[in-house]
Design a protein around this ligand. Structure first.
Ligand code: HEC
Length: 201
């Protein structure tokens, strides 16, 4: 369910950004008639896509164990860019329209960062708990029970130490491999944390 939602969310965001991009280019290049006809033709699809992107976004947010600060900034940027875009396109104000598009792109970049911070990128964290909360809780939840994106409930895992460490290193189905993200010592630390703090709790 959550995976489907995430994919629908990405799809809506991409379609939304594409429609937006075309409109911004048309406005910037003074093709007003083309812009008007494009606006008319994409009105309904744009409404569907924006609704889809908001609805799936809100659903996904309710699935997160905690809302990262970066996500709040991202949402604020998206929310701010919408009235700017409406006014910008209506008044054919190039500066407003481009600024609004710029905000959408920045929030896109932030979304990427939220994900990297949660699921990839180099980690400086040393304690198993910190690594877990940084990289794993997005899907598994702080207590291991969340199950987002089809993640297994870690509190009931039957795997032994090596089994857990192997899944972290190799990944499995919906879970990426962490062998290029975490060092062996970090995988060890997070494995021990799962065993001592989450398993059987
Ligand atoms: C993108 C979501 C996601 C992230 C992030 C993630 N996992 Fe998973 N994890 C999964 C999924 C999905 C499975 C189930 C894989 C399967 O068996 O099909 C899983 C399974 C596991 C299992 C096996 C549990 C069992 O009993 O079979 C362990 C252990 C585990 N994850 C640990 C971690 C650790 C540690 C991290 C952080 C370094 C992490 N996961 C990050 C999605 C994720």
């Amino acid at each position: 369910m959550a995976t489907g939602m995430l994919h629908t969310h990405y799809l809506c965001v991409i379609l939304f950004t594409l429609i937006y991009l075309v409109k911004t280019i048309l406005l910037l290049s003074d093709r007003h008639e083309l812009l008007e006809s494009f606006r008319r033709k994409t009105k309904v699809p744009e409404m569907i896509v924006s609704f889809g992107f908001l609805a799936t976004g809100i659903y996904l947010m309710t699935q997160l164990p905690a809302i990262p600060a970066m996500l709040i900034v991202k949402i604020a940027l998206v929310v701010l860019s919408i009235p700017l875009a409406v006014v910008g396109f209506k008044k054919k104000n190039k500066v407003l329209a481009s600024f609004s598009f710029f905000l959408i792109i920045v929030s896109f970049g932030l979304a990427q960062k939220v994900r990297q911070a949660k699921a990839g990128g180099a980690v400086a964290a040393v304690s198993g708990k910190e690594i877990f909360e940084d990289k794993c809780s997005l899907c598994h939840g702080d207590n291991g029970k969340l199950g987002l994106n089809g993640a297994k409930d870690l509190s009931v895992t039957k795997l032994d130490h090596k089994g857990i460490a192997d899944i972290i290193a190799q990944g499995k189905n919906g879970m990426a491999s962490y062998k290029d993200v975490l060092t062996t010592a970090q995988i060890e630390a997070v494995t021990s944390y799962i065993e001592s703090d989450l398993k059987g709790k």
